[in-house]
Ligand binder design. Structure first.
Ligand code: PAF
Length: 282
């Protein structure tokens, strides 16, 4: 695995690969790898000749009171894990490399990013869309891989790729969970023992909602009430939002439709956690 820190060098290396007709799979990350990240890299490995992963904790997608400074980092461990799954290039740019000078051009995906997490994190998705566009322009991948845990990010990137005519295929990869159901996240590191136990209620509430839909419940208010009742039993969990929405534009649905996304975010101690379930074919 080659570790590269400059835009010039990664471009030169990937140009060579492309000249020899190889397809490039790209997994953009902020590091602190867990099985969720590795599943994206493995998928890229299955589909593409060359796999590139980037690690860059992107300052412009964090709000002023968010966890940019404390976001977990462990480059040594990440490099080892990426190498073990067969990543070919690990791109590790510095903040100065990615944002030299004053940045005046941004990418904004409208509508989809104003709800759910976007409603509570103004500017977050503008930061994500901007860094992802920059990385796409640098890497010029054929395929890119994003986790479905951040479903809103996935649909926003898909829309951006479509609307701005990036010649890239976006692949969504299912959520990876711990054995007890907790969605894997780099931020789980912030959870104390008791908080981690309490956080399980998030997945449990999504399972409850799936069960209710399977049993024919169509009223979103009834489903939300049942979920909130369950979550309230864990006082360490502070629900930020709970949404039952369509899976393309993420607009609230009062009645369950054919494909429905149930998504939530909650604060548990120092961690802000997100989770979701996509229920198809109702
Ligand atoms: O999902 C993430 O880790 C980040 O939002 C991403 C896509 C790497 C952009 O910084």
């Amino acid at each position: 695995m080659k570790i590269i820190t400059t835009i010039k060098e990664i471009r030169a290396a990937l140009n060579q690969e492309k000249k020899s007709g190889k397809t490039i799979g790209f997994v953009p990350t902020m590091g602190y790898f867990h099985e969720g990240h590795l599943s994206l890299m493995r998928k890229a490995k299955e589909n593409c000749d060359v796999v590139v992963t980037s690690i860059f904790v992107n300052p412009i997608q964090f709000g002023p009171s968010e966890d940019f400074e404390t976001y977990p980092r462990n480059l040594k461990n990440d490099s080892k894990m990426a190498e073990e799954v067969g990543v070919d290039y690990l791109f590790l740019p510095s903040v100065e490399e990615m944002y030299s000078g004053e940045c005046l051009a941004y990418v904004d995906v409208e509508k989809i990013t104003k709800v759910l997490c976007g409603a509570n994190r103004p500017g977050h998705f503008r930061g994500v869309a901007t860094i992802v566009s920059k990385l796409f322009n640098i890497i010029q991948p054929d395929f890119v891989y994003f986790g479905e845990k951040d479903y809103q990010q996935l649909v926003a990137i898909k829309k951006m790729v479509d609307d701005l005519n990036f010649d890239i295929q976006v692949v969504g990869v299912p959520i990876v969970r711990e054995k007890d159901g907790l969605a894997m996240s780099s931020r789980n590191k912030f959870l104390g023992l008791r908080e981690r136990e309490a956080a399980l209620v998030l997945n449990k509430s999504l399972n409850l909602a799936s069960e209710m839909v399977k049993n024919g419940e169509k009223d979103s208010i009834v489903i939300k009430k049942a979920m909130k009742r369950l979550i309230k039993k864990e006082p360490l969990v502070n629900l930020e939002y709970l949404s039952i929405c369509d899976n393309i534009y993420l607009q609230e649905l009062s009645k369950i439709e054919e494909n429905v996304l149930i998504a939530l975010a909650a604060r548990v101690g120092k961690a802000r956690l997100i989770d979701n379930v996509l229920i198809e074919g109702n």
